[in-house]
Design a protein around this ligand. Structure first.
Ligand code: ZN
Length: 380
């Protein structure tokens, strides 16, 4: 069997879709027009991803406001915000280029998702001819909706966390129920949790262990057979071609991260400075048996923030090197991150979102070809 390979999830939204989102926020077009643009972008994303030869595809998350806020709001500007939320929550992240992204703020209970990822799967599955994956947001990210300090009146933190775990479980179960072949949990806040950015108070609270515990409260509700197809994605962020936590040493994250009982991990590595050191850490800390499932380690071989397209030879070289540290039965290949986790993203290093889409498909094609070469070299 060749090495498995899978993307994280998102693609840049076409300029036309981003313009329609802005027009929708301004009340100039209705939801039907927005939905038609989203559907067209999903269809194009699936067709072009299938044409790369990728064995598993996604719809590029073209209907989601972002990887983190899709359950809560129709657009990033807050149109269609779910009940019990206000737009002025804490920063999720401040990126290296100075821009930031903000979360909504919980104002009361009960906490419920407004949109489940399965709703995207239901619409996109009929467009696909290959297995369709779906990404979901980690409960740890959404735990940041609750005020950092103190309690909400009539809605204690523990009740919120119990509701959140139920919703996150439902999100995953329904995505599989709608036909997703794989479900990966976006956990970009894991690395950021060790950053201690004084401008962004939650990052200084040493929250990593509680994030891991909370996510396992959800992951452990699934059988080993189900968890084979439940993944976790880690990265230093990827928005507007910028990152938020690349300076955090993987050694701070990986020993904790692999305590999550997921069956596979999608890990940024292409843009890492000392890849071999991280491959070694991955080999040391990932587990053959995470309560009944082996942890398959998909290493990042493509940098979605850099317009330079990797070659298949580079991809194969990274994988063959990684196989010196990670058992090849538990090795796979992925991209460092989604290509545009937030719906509104002009991909400044690429010049435009449409050009960035073209580049993304070239990069995925290189990943798929590189995986084939590496599989041969490793006699798989
Ligand atoms: Zn990411």
């Amino acid at each position: 069997m060749p090495l498995p390979t899978e993307n994280v999830g998102s693609l840049p939204r076409p300029a036309k879709l981003q313009a329609t989102i802005a027009a929708y926020d301004e009340g100039k077009v209705g939801f039907e027009e927005l939905a038609a643009e989203q559907d067209a972008a999903c269809r194009d994303s699936i067709e072009r991803m299938e044409a790369t030869g990728a064995p598993v595809v996604s719809d590029g998350e073209q209907r989601a406001s972002s990887f983190a806020t899709y359950p809560l709001t129709d657009t990033l500007a807050g149109t269609g915000l779910a009940p019990n939320l206000a737009a002025d929550g804490q920063y999720f992240a401040i990126f290296d280029d100075g821009h930031h992204r903000q979360l909504p703020r919980l104002t009361g209970g009960p906490f419920r998702y407004k949109t489940y990822a399965s709703q995207y799967v239901e619409k996109s599955l009929p467009m696909a001819h290959k297995p369709l994956k779906q990404a979901v947001i980690a409960p740890s990210m959404l735990s940041l909706l609750y005020p950092l300090d103190g309690q909400l009146e009539d809605y204690p933190r523990e009740q919120f966390l119990a509701d959140l775990c139920d919703e996150a479980e439902k999100d995953i179960r329904q995505a599989f129920g709608a036909g997703a072949s794989r479900v990966s949990i976006d956990f970009t806040e894991g690395r950021l949790a060790s950053k201690n950015d004084p401008r962004n108070p939650w990052t200084g609270r040493r929250m990593l262990e509680q994030f891991i515990e909370l996510n396992n409260r959800v992951i452990d509700r699934f059988s080993p057979e189900e968890r084979r197809n439940i993944g976790v994605h880690t990265c230093p962020g990827g928005d507007m071609d910028s990152v938020h936590s690349a300076e955090v040493d993987y050694a701070e994250l990986l020993p904790s991260m692999f305590k999550m009982n997921a069956g596979y991990f999608l890990m940024q590595l292409a843009s890492e400075k000392d890849k071999e050191r991280v491959y070694r850490l991955v080999g040391e800390h990932s587990r053959d048996d995470a309560n009944g499932v082996p942890q398959v380690c998909f290493i990042g071989v493509i940098n979605p923030l850099d317009p330079t397209v990797e070659t298949a030879e580079q991809v194969a070289g990274d994988l063959v090197t990684a196989a010196n540290f990670i058992p090849k039965e538990r090795l796979g290949a992925t991209d460092d991150c989604g290509f545009s986790p937030f719906s509104v993203d002009d991909k400044p290093r690429h010049g435009s979102p449409d050009f960035a889409r073209d580049i993304a498909f070239q990069k995925i094609t290189a990943r798929v070809a590189g995986v084939e070469q590496a599989s041969e070299q490793l006699h798989l």
